[in-house]
Design a protein around this ligand. Structure first.
Ligand code: F6P
Length: 545
């Protein structure tokens, strides 16, 4: 794959150096005064896409900034890289494979050829298999070992095999349909699952073992416990098997575990875990809201995919959002990104984005493996906006750190009681104004510094009409592509996660040492902890006595 200018060190590009100079000028300018100078500013720095609005007018950007950022995007061959992504080229260079989450929501008549084979028919075949299982569950046709219908479905998975489906099931709670209750369990310490099992009946519970690799320690440990729980009640393996569905890219690992052939849902190695909510990994979600709603979510994602692929860079939501993040993180000293949904259903959206963003952009080498000499991805965190206002907003307003503040706000949510209706928009926009404009301390007041609001915080406002499946799909795809844009500019691979792999491997060694393997290679600190814990065995805690 030709990387064109992408292979030239980013910091040596003249446009990058121009941006660095321009950043020096912009640091001294107040965004509030840019509004005073240009009554059209809001219109010129916001982009509408149907009922979505991306408002970047509170960022320290001018026409010059935007022109430079768009020039940078072209120098990094962003339009070509977007085509590479959609056409199934090997954009995940370190693992030598494509990243085709966009193919998961393409219509059946589309075609994406990878290694001489069109992947779209396989995607739709899998969606149909998923649909028939979901419908059978809703019709009560999936029965347990004593012939009763399944009443509860438990998703056992972690990271990308949990967060997307769990986040979306909560977000779309208003669309929940009659049928089995859906639960998610991802913890490794077992109490979460045990608490769940105490409430459920083995005969009417179905487990989804969701793991792309089907080797993840946390998930497989949970799955074995669940299997034992069912097998004990069912009187053996035969009875237990009908209580399990597997979702993985490894057919053989599912078979080895004991998942029956007609209960294996497939994903492909070209679906990254954190990009997998639109695949069979969304099975739990589809059970919760019904397959029709799940497909509406995919339609929303596809609409955003098309926009990303087709809209001019300047009017392209993910492109402009990604470029504004690069501007902040690489040039203006921001180290983080806080996502604040003003909708309680989106409570887990920040956690979902945290994996998407930080696992994708937490890299410090280029695609070619060379160290970068510029900051890349920052810290992403968040919380429901109204709650965050009463916890960490103080840091945003008056702290010494700098983060991009993203307010995700519905403007016409159904079912909101009238006395609350205007409050959501008012409180989010009020915070946005305070963050942007700030306020001087009252003149002559002793200790006035405490009441000085510096303002000048970069604020993105993302407005949407209401949180339906289609809109949720658009929001998720918007962020997937925004992350991709940043990765292209920084020339890093957003689709691998080698850093996490090492920790997984070392955990295996610590476990071996804990279980008595004296030859297990662990570091002195880990050994020290194990010895200390061992020395405490039977000692109890200070509160026991
Ligand atoms: O945390 C690392 C990770 O590899 C994530 O990328 C992934 O989503 C998660 O573990 C779960 O992996 P799997 O689906 O293979 O169990």
């Amino acid at each position: 794959m030709d990387h064109g200018d992408g292979a030239v060190s980013l910091t040596r590009l003249p446009v990058w150096q121009s941006l660095a100079v321009h950043a020096g000028e912009m640091r001294g300018r107040r965004v509030a005064s840019l509004f005073d100078a240009d009554p059209e500013r809001f219109r010129r720095f916001s982009i509408a896409l149907d009922d979505l609005l991306l408002d970047l007018s509170r960022h320290p950007i001018t026409d010059e900034t935007r022109d430079l950022l768009l020039d940078l995007a072209r120098r990094r061959n962003l339009p070509e890289r977007i085509e590479d992504l959609f056409q199934g080229r090997r954009v995940n260079l370190s693992e030598g494979r494509p990243a085709l989450h966009t193919a998961l929501r393409m219509p059946p008549e589309a075609s994406v050829v990878v290694d001489g084979k069109d992947v779209v028919p396989g995607v739709h075949a899998e969606l149909r298999r998923m649909e028939s299982l979901v419908q059978a569950l809703h019709r009560g046709e999936i029965v347990g070992f004593d012939g009763r219908s399944v009443t509860d479905v438990v998703n056992l998975g972690i990271g990308g095999s949990d967060l997307g489906s769990a986040m979306a099931a909560q977000a779309l709670a208003a669309y929940r349909r009659e049928g089995p209750r859906v639960h998610f369990s991802s913890s490794v310490d077992g109490r979460d699952l045990r608490a769940l099992l105490q409430r459920l009946e083995p005969a009417t519970t179905l487990f989804i073992v969701a793991s792309k690799s089907f080797t993840t320690l946390e998930t497989l440990t949970q799955a074995r416990v669940a299997w034992g729980w069912v097998a004990e009640a069912a009187g053996g393996r035969e009875g237990a098997a009908r209580h399990f569905i597997g979702i993985s890219a490894s057919e053989s690992a599912m078979a080895d575990f004991g998942i029956a052939e007609d209960r294996r849902l497939r994903i492909w190695d070209w679906v990254g875990g954190r990009y997998s909510v639109s695949s069979a990994m969304g099975f739990g979600l589809a059970v919760a809201v019904g397959m029709d709603r799940f497909l509406e979510m995919l339609a929303g994602m596809h609409a955003m995919d098309r926009h990303f692929r087709e809209a001019p860079l300047k009017a392209n939501l993910p492109v402009m959002m990604g470029l504004s993040m690069v501007w902040q993180l690489s040039h203006l000293g921001a180290t983080g990104h806080t996502v604040l949904p003003y909708h309680p259903g989106l409570a887990r959206f920040p956690a979902y984005l945290q994996q998407l963003d930080m696992e994708s952009l937490g890299k410090s080498v280029t695609q070619a493996g060379e160290p970068v000499d510029y900051p890349t991805g920052g810290i992403l965190w968040g919380e429901v906006g109204s709650n965050a206002q009463h916890s960490f907003f103080q840091w945003l307003h008056q702290g010494t750190g700098r983060a991009v503040v993203e307010l995700v706000v519905p403007y016409d949510e159904a079912d909101v009681p009238p006395e609350h209706r205007d409050l959501t928009l008012a409180s989010s926009l009020g915070q946005a104004s305070a963050l942007m404009s700030g306020q001087a301390a009252p003149a002559g007041e002793a200790n006035g510094g405490h009441r000085h609001y510096p303002g000048g915080r970069p604020v993105t406002v993302l407005l949407f009409r209401r949180l339906d499946p289609y809109t949720l799909g658009r929001l998720v795809a918007l962020h997937e592509h925004r992350v991709f844009v940043q990765s292209v500019i920084w020339d890093i691979n957003p689709f691998d996660q080698w850093g996490v792999e090492l920790g997984k491997r070392l955990a295996g060694r610590v476990l071996a040492a804990q279980r008595g393997d004296s030859g297990a290679q662990i570091d002195g600190a880990a050994r020290g902890v194990l010895e200390w814990v061992r020395s405490r065995e039977g000692a109890g805690s200070s509160s026991d006595g």
